[in-house]
Design a protein around this ligand. Structure first.
Ligand SMILES: Cc1cc2nc3c(=O)[nH]c(=O)nc-3n(C[C@H](O)[C@H](O)[C@H](O)COP(=O)(O)O)c2cc1C
Length: 336
């Protein structure tokens, strides 16, 4: 099984979903499953584990995404991740970058279902937490529905019962990773048909979902939705996730309260020699669509970057968010 929070998750995104970003997203939703950036099995085994894998317990539930194709190394890395307390270990079978292809992992593994099955089986032996796979609907010319089903069946046969599917194929040559997230057309229906054909599997749909309303529509067909860019670029949409997807009756957090929730973390980060911008860079989209959004972004870009940037910069941003939200509430009240 996958983690029960699979109903709504924030996708793994390199350079974006680091621990600071996850802690920020956690200010909006207690329940959504948050993914790490992809870490290679080699990095987990040989790298600075505390720096790469360490996270704050308040980020939970968090899933660790691994990249690799060596079953033994992946099992070792999964075991290390489980010891760190990750709620799920996910294998990346969707990233098309050249660097990843050189390492023979990521999306090119869609052509090697037997190898992926061996990786999954070996990871499952090493950990008690769920082992899941994130994949595409196809690659290159190997993109028929039958190819896709064969891949899923083979990997499910090794005990993987939960798949997050980016509903577009990847071209391994000729398209950049960014273009591979935009150019190949989305085919949600293929993912729906997978769920219909394999109802016992947990199927999470991903790709191009921009709003919670869209996300809700997908849930008529699949078990969960995974949002990447929309969650990162317009993070305030996460504020409604617990109410709309998990039946929470808690009040919706405000933008200002989310920033306030970062104060202690920022203070600790600054005290340990980090820069404010390491954290605040993830908040630039917070005021999207609000009066003062540009000013807010400029405030952080101009004042949060240097080593001298202190907590006062965040306090000023909280003030800006509070004023914008008050102004918005008053404007709505006047209209009513
Ligand atoms: C900046 C960035 C980095 C990404 N890094 C990863 C990654 O490390 N692992 C992965 O499986 N997918 C990665 N992706 C792909 C996303 O997880 C997701 O599948 C893709 O963006 C489509 O979802 P969306 O349209 O909701 O953004 C990345 C996407 C972006 C924008």
């Amino acid at each position: 099984m996958s983690h029960p929070s699979h109903r709504f998750s924030v996708a793994p995104m390199m350079d974006w979903t680091d621990r600071h970003c996850r802690l920020f997203h956690r200010q909006f939703t207690r329940r959504a499953l948050l993914y790490t950036e992809m870490l290679t099995a080699d990095a987990v085994i040989h790298g600075d584990r505390t720096r790469l894998l360490g996270f704050d317990p308040s980020e939970h539930p968090v899933a660790l995404q691994l990249g690799g194709s060596d079953p033994i190394k992946l099992a070792e890395a999964a075991g290390i991740g489980a010891e760190f307390g990750y709620a799920e270990i996910n294998l990346n079978v969707g990233c098309p970058s050249d660097r990843v292809q050189e390492g023979r992992f990521g999306a090119c593994l869609m052509a090697e279902p037997d190898l992926v099955a061996r990786c999954v089986a070996s990871m499952r032996e090493a950990v008690d937490v769920p082992v899941t796979v994130k994949c595409r609907i196809g690659i290159d010319d190997q993109d028929s529905e039958a190819d896709f089903q064969r891949f899923i069946d083979r990997v499910a046969g090794a005990g993987c019962t939960s798949f997050a599917v980016h509903a577009r194929k990847a071209w391994l040559k000729g398209l950049s990773p960014k273009a591979n997230r935009e150019v190949p057309p989305l085919d949600y229906a293929r993912v729906y048909r997978l769920k219909a054909a394999r109802p016992d599997l947990v199927i999470v749909i991903n790709g191009g979902i921009a709003t919670l309303a869209e996300a809700e529509l997908h849930l008529a067909h699949v078990d969960g939705v995974m949002l990447g860019r929309a969650a990162y670029q317009t993070p305030y949409l996460l504020a409604e996730v617990d109410r709309r997807f998990f039946g929470s009756t808690q009040a919706t957090p405000t933008r200002a309260s989310a920033l306030r929730g970062l104060l202690a973390h920022c203070e600790r980060h600054l005290a340990s020699g980090g820069r404010l911008n390491n954290i605040t860079r993830h908040t630039l989209g917070l005021m999207h669509g609000m009066k003062g959004a540009r000013l807010f972004r400029r405030h952080f870009s101009e004042n949060a970057v240097g080593f001298e940037a202190g907590i006062d910069v965040l306090l000023a941003a909280i003030d800006m968010a509070e004023r914008a939200e008050t102004w918005q509430r008053e404007a709505v009240a006047q209209e009513a």
